[in-house]
Design a protein around this ligand. Sequence first.
Ligand SMILES: [Fe+2]
Ligand SMILES: [Fe+2]
Length: 172
Amino acid sequence: MNTNSAAASVVSTGHPEIDSQHGRLSDLTGRLGSICVLGEARPGHCLRCSAETRSSCTNRLADLIGELLGFMVTHFAYEEGLMRQLPPTEAGRMHMEAHKLAHAEISQRLSELTLKLDEESPLECSDWLQKIIGSWMGDHAEHHDVGLASELAKAYETEICYDVELARLLKQ
Ligand SMILES: [Fe+2]
Ligand SMILES: [Fe+2]
């Protein structure tokens, strides 16, 4: 029985929508661990399956990867939209540059890896993709997404302070 379908763990950023999207990405990544129609999780098992069974797993894997990468693109676009709302400071610009580059690098790496899907068994592919995406998501959230959420929270707090200050001035 497959025991490798646990969702990838991702640190909370404190931004509800980002965290909710990370939850979906994590669930989709977890599903990579249950790609085998027979419920196997050990790479190497595919060699014992018929070509028809392997092909069925490869199709399931291709559908899941399509869904996962599609949602990843949506998620990156969402975060990059939030980055454009950061105050136009040097720190904000540097954050945006590094964060966007990290999104572009993993997108490029995954596009290249998915070209190799036909060269390996579905279980091998789902196994290494799950490891790569799972560990990338954890690191990325910690080093970039948490910072984005905290910069947004600071900017929002500042906005509230500006509103309070404006109300105070209008009362005078
Ligand atoms: Fe990000
Ligand atoms: Fe993210």
